[in-house]
Design a protein around this ligand. Structure first.
Ligand code: ADP
Ligand code: MG
Length: 358
């Protein structure tokens, strides 16, 4: 996904979640310098950070190697930039013959769709033809906004009914109902990577960690100062500045989707087009919600939900979170200024000082 990385770097890309874990509960730097093993690098077209208080067997070089081995699994399954990945090989097929795939990929697709159905299908992984048409795929930016006719043509093969996961004798298969179907799981790549690294660290009995890949975060235990991990939600109008809000995800996963980093501007009209596309209309979202953060049991779940909740917009996202008892934090533009709103399930994650350590 290096192409995506170059694009994001050129836009002055910043993480949706800023790491501020080395701060004390009042935001001040802690007095002692606590020890920790940290690794920062690039994967899947974006940046990752891992912090483990104390030691890690083999140190940061080993941690980097272990993490990248996990990321490789995600890339092998879902990268659209790697032409040999399972999803790329599936997308290249011009027929409806079932293709044998890993149970990992099959389970990921099923889980994303399960989450998507909870929000009316707003996260739609067969969105690929529309993503390419609007210039957010591997082909780069279009010169001009697609015509309504082109949008409708691509829209005809977008939908959960256009492909299927099947198991035959315990072996997973993926099939297209239309040869033009193109799956795009890039919206959950970060969450998948964070989950695999977190699961790997769990298997090694590491009791305290923070894993972040762009906007997807997994935390466990406490930070190097013995306090709850603190992460920031990026300010959409100043992504490199101070975080917009400080969150303690506690032992849960958190992810943020935003429309402020990846977009193109139509030269003719000056209008901005976001990389998040409404599967119902076939058009990029066009409302004032610029960021949605979700907290949940793992980063695949939160990453699958945040994109669709961005499609729904702030009011529906918050109402859905209330009905489902799911913590949601949104940022909307009001009179040119970003305004944060959150539901009552999110409240406790904003009170870092009062969180009890587990
Ligand atoms: P964010 O910047 O919000 O973290 P991601 O990069 O995780 O976003 O996901 C955005 C990508 O997901 C888009 O570039 C596109 O490939 C894909 N996408 C766009 N709209 C949808 C949608 N409605 N459902 C699923 N995937 C989408
Ligand atoms: Mg997402």
């Amino acid at each position: 996904m290096s192409l995506k990385f170059k694009m994001l770097a050129a836009l002055g890309f910043a993480l949706s979640a800023t790491l501020i874990s080395a701060c004390g509960p009042d935001g001040s730097a802690s007095k002692q310098t606590p020890t920790a093993v940290t690794v920062a690098g690039q994967t899947m077209g974006t940046f990752y950070n891992i912090t483990i208080p104390g030691d890690y067997p083999g140190g940061s070089a080993q941690l980097k190697q272990d993490a990248e081995a996990q990321f490789a699994q995600v890339i092998d399954a879902i990268s659209t930039f790697d032409k040999q990945s399972e999803i790329s090989r599936f997308n290249q097929r011009k027929n409806s013959e079932p293709m044998q795939v890993s149970t990992y990929l099959a389970h990921v697709i099923e889980e994303v769709n399960r989450q998507s159905l909870r929000i009316g299908g707003a996260t739609e992984i067969s969105i690929g033809p529309l993503v390419n048409l609007w210039g957010f795929g591997t082909d780069g930016r279009p010169n001009k906004v697609p015509t309504e006719q082109q949008i409708q043509a691509a829209h005809n093969y977008v939908g959960m009914d256009k492909y299927a996961v099947r198991y035959i004798g315990g072996v997973a298969f993926l099939e297209k109902r239309d040869p033009r179907v193109q799956l795009d799981l890039s919206t959950v790549g970060e969450g998948l990577g964070a989950d695999l690294v977190a699961n790997y660290l769990d298997s090694k009995h590491i009791g305290n960690y923070l894993v972040s890949i762009a906007g997807a975060i997994r935390t466990k235990g406490l930070n190097p100062s013995g306090k709850p991990w603190r992460v920031g939600i990026v300010n959409p109008v100043n992504p490199d500045g101070q975080p917009f809000a400080v969150v303690c995800p506690h032992q849960e996963a958190m992810s943020t989707a935003g429309s402020y980093r990846n977009y193109f501007v139509d030269k003719a009209t000056g209008k901005r087009y976001s990389h998040i596309i409404d599967p119902q209309t076939g058009h990029p979202i066009d409302h004032h919600t610029v960021s949605v953060t979700v907290i949940g049991r793992n980063a695949l779940v939160t990453d699958a939900l945040d994109t669709g909740l961005m499609v729904l917009g702030a009011d529906k996202a918050l109402a859905w979170g209330d009905a489902q008892e799911t913590p949601i934090y949104v940022i909307e533009m009001q009179d040119g200024k970003p305004v944060g709103r959150y539901n009552r399930y999110f409240e406790k994650y904003l009170k870092c000082d009062t969180q009890a350590a587990e």
